[in-house]
Design a protein around this ligand. Structure first.
Ligand code: AMP
Ligand code: MG
Length: 425
């Protein structure tokens, strides 16, 4: 049994990120949300595009107003009104000003904006009652971004702020990493789909749906490969087909020590290198992590049993219990998927320190994850343990939770009121 942090590091080390050239595609800005930038972006536009006003007021020459006050106001002739979106036509001379609005382009000759609140309009003249700072309320061209310099680096996710930046910079076509493909298969003779009649002894395959949902939410493409019986040949065929199409394969079930747990045996037959067999984690102890050698035929025996793989594939055999399957995904698969997707950082889960509202218990032998809710109370996080059983088969009370509290190896009891680390889910 590998300690959790060693398993996490080993898995991240096995991941080969998508290639920024071969695995890139161009998408339109309007469909770029959530995608990962594959190549750095540069713009030919300065930002702001030109000197403009940050206030409604008057564009003036600083020299004309630097000594003015309510007692000795400066009186300037208004020579132009500059609405937003128009190019000024007049150069401001000594003793002159232009009416200007927020975002309007600064006229030549002016270097400072006086806000409207410290002025008095008298026909075509403006009375300035307070001396401004030099260059006050002018947003200078290129103050925020200079054309030709790096705008956004490769390896970042395009969320609302980045989309806004790209739109403002008129970058409408973007090179992004293709979405990773994640094959999901459920193993077990007992499984039926949610729409099949439930005969005695059967169990509904919830894992396939839960994992497809979280894979899609992670920005990858879930390939739902269905239910595979606990038969060696069927399993071998399904796994072979999954690894030939996907970047990551997730199978649930069949990785314990039960009589029909064939996954590891079949991976070995297909020539996989098995890196992890079990992790000291609860739930989720049986975890098989394997890779396949690239660019060579693999598997033994007849030619039709051999498989040629020309890309890296990471295989996760995760336990069948529904809670174990999700905890394994959050803890081990999601960081790997993030790294594979081209993200340059931020692969690891997000941890929050919270005060537990309940006693937390574990056998102390494995790192234990208990699910519940993180709430913000008076500026600090609290962790409220989900009520009911914390058996790995009880998926019902996992609903509507948002955190997994960790009880470390060697700790059997954390009393209510203590701080715990909580993994955000
Ligand atoms: P296994 O890991 O195959 O030994 O399965 C462990 C437990 O998880 C058994 O009770 C299975 O019935 C249940 N299980 C296995 N696969 C699934 C699945 N896809 N959806 C829901 N429960 C499952
Ligand atoms: Mg099974």
């Amino acid at each position: 049994m590998l300690p959790v942090n060693e398993a996490e590091a080993l898995i991240l080390n096995l991941v080969q990120p998508l290639d920024s050239q071969q695995d890139a595609e161009v998408v339109d800005l309007s469909s770029a949300a959530g995608r990962i930038l594959a190549t750095p972006v540069t713009s030919q536009l300065d930002f702001p595009h030109w000197d403009n006003s940050a206030m409604d007021g008057y564009a003036v020459r600083y020299a004309d107003v630097q000594n003015c006050s309510a007692e000795q106001p400066a009186i300037l002739e208004i020579v132009e009104e500059i609405p937003c979106g128009f190019e000024p036509q007049v150069t401001i001379q000594p003793g002159q000003a232009a009416r200007i609005l927020t975002g309007s382009m600064m006229p030549d000759g002016a270097d400072t904006v006086v806000m409207q609140e410290v002025t008095k309009r008298e026909g075509d003249r403006v009375v300035i009652l307070t001396a401004p700072q030099p260059q006050a309320f002018v947003r200078h061209r290129a103050a925020f971004y200079q054309a030709g310099t790096p705008l956004l680096p490769a390896g970042i996710a395009l969320n609302a702020p980045e989309i806004a930046v790209l739109a403002a910079a008129q970058c409408t076509e973007l090179p992004v990493y293709r979405r990773p493909r994640v094959a999901i298969l459920s193993t077990g003779d007992e499984l039926v789909t949610p729409d099949q009649p439930l005969q005695p002894g059967k169990i509904v395959d919830s894992n396939q749906y839960a994992l497809a949902a979280i894979v899609a939410q992670s920005g990858a493409i879930p390939l739902m490969m269905g239910i595979v019986r606990d038969e060696r040949e069927a399993l071998k065929e399904a796994i072979a087909s999954a690894i030939s199409t996907a970047d990551i394969v997730l199978s649930t079930g069949g990785v314990s020590v039960g009589d029909y747990d064939y996954v590891e045996e079949i991976l070995a037959q297909l020539g996989a290198e098995i890196h992890i067999r079990s992790v000291a984690v609860k739930p989720g102890k049986p975890l098989t992590v394997a890779t396949f050698p690239q660019n060579r035929k693999m598997g033994s025996g007849a030619a039709e049993n051999q498989l040629f793989i020309n890309k890296p594939v990471l295989y996760f055999g995760i336990p069948g219990n529904p809670v174990s399957a999700l905890v394994s995904f959050w803890r081990f698969v999601q960081p790997a998927l993030r790294k594979l997707s081209g993200l340059s950082q931020g692969w690891e889960p997000i941890w929050v320190k919270a005060r537990s509202l309940h006693d937390l218990r574990s056998d102390g032998k494995r790192e234990s994850y208990l699910w519940g809710c993180l709430n913000l109370k008076d500026g600090d996080f609290e962790f409220q343990l989900a009520g009911g059983s914390h058996s790995s088969g009880n998926l019902i009370n996992l609903a509507n939770t948002n955190g997994l509290a960790v009880v470390p190896v060697g700790t059997t009891f954390i009393p209510a009121g203590e701080q715990v680390l909580v993994l955000k889910i």
